[in-house]
Ligand binder design. Structure first.
Ligand code: F6R
Length: 252
């Protein structure tokens, strides 16, 4: 089903497979209309089906990444690119190695930088110089985070170094040997960076996120629920699977 609620175009699909098909289709449309699109990408479980579909579309020649530039939302800090848990590694392993994007057009915050603050500033400049992000893909954390903008007292504006929430460390421990191995910090686009994107595509998957999905889409706009700021963005498409949409349905 599809509904418009204030600034949100909300689409509810059966499962994460269908979500991936639809989300990849949005990227195909964006890149067809502007071959030199600047896209923003995310890591985690949610976008995996999107990336699978993008690889398939690219393989069939139905999407061409040749002139596309990509910026990832975030990266652990500090972390080596060669670490299999780095987001750099994740993106190569799940997308970049299988599509025709030019390596020099791929940008991910530098988890190896000596000076984190400088790396964050440089990242902002790179995004601005690329003309800003046309289409930004977002997942949603269990605590409402987007990128690694954790619940806090004020929305962080620009790319910054963040101390991860205990709940985020626990949620992401599934990818590491133990929670103790999860880096305690990350470099993340700020809320301002994300809000500057021309279009946003928010994917929310699984019944465990039904409550936070409702808060983000229909609750108070507060930095305690960082994703709620998207209620102030001009152009947001939200795709939820049936599990994640459970509590949102009564608003639609
Ligand atoms: C990842 C990111 C995070 C994830 C969020 C959901 O680059 O920025 O905000 O989107 O933690 O993660 P999953 O999809 O694993 O539930």
């Amino acid at each position: 089903m599809e509904a418009v609620y204030r600034n949100f175009k909300i689409i509810v699909v059966e499962d994460s497979e269908k979500m991936g098909v639809l989300a990849a289709g949005q990227f195909a449309k964006q890149i067809a209309s502007k071959p030199s699109s600047v896209i923003g990408l995310a890591t985690g479980s949610t976008p995996l089906s999107t990336y699978k579909n993008l690889i398939a579309l690219c393989g069939r020649g139905e999407i061409d990444f040749k002139s596309v530039t990509s910026f990832n939302l975030d990266e652990y800090y500090p972390i080596k690119k060669s670490n299999t848990q780095s987001y750099d590694y994740f993106m190569r392993d799940n997308l970049f190695n299988y599509i025709n994007i030019a390596p020099e057009n791929i940008f991910i915050p530098d988890g190896e930088a000596d000076d984190a603050e400088r790396a964050c500033w440089d990242y902002e400049v790179l995004i601005k110089n690329a003309g800003g992000i046309d289409l930004q893909l977002l997942g949603l954390g269990n605590n409402g985070h987007i990128g690694f903008n954790e619940p806090c007292d004020a929305f962080p504006k620009a790319t910054h170094c963040v101390t991860l929430d205990e709940s985020t460390i626990e949620a992401n421990a599934r990818f590491f040997d133990s929670a103790a191995d999860v880096p305690r910090q990350a470099l993340s686009m700020g809320i301002g960076t994300i809000m500057d994107a021309k279009h946003i595509l928010l994917l929310i998957s699984g019944a465990a996120k039904a409550d936070i999905a409702r808060k983000v889409l229909f609750g108070d706009i507060t930095p305690k629920v960082p994703g709620s700021v998207l209620q102030l963005h001009r152009s947001v498409t939200v795709i939820l699977d049936e599990g994640a949409a459970e509590q949102a349905m009564s608003y639609l």
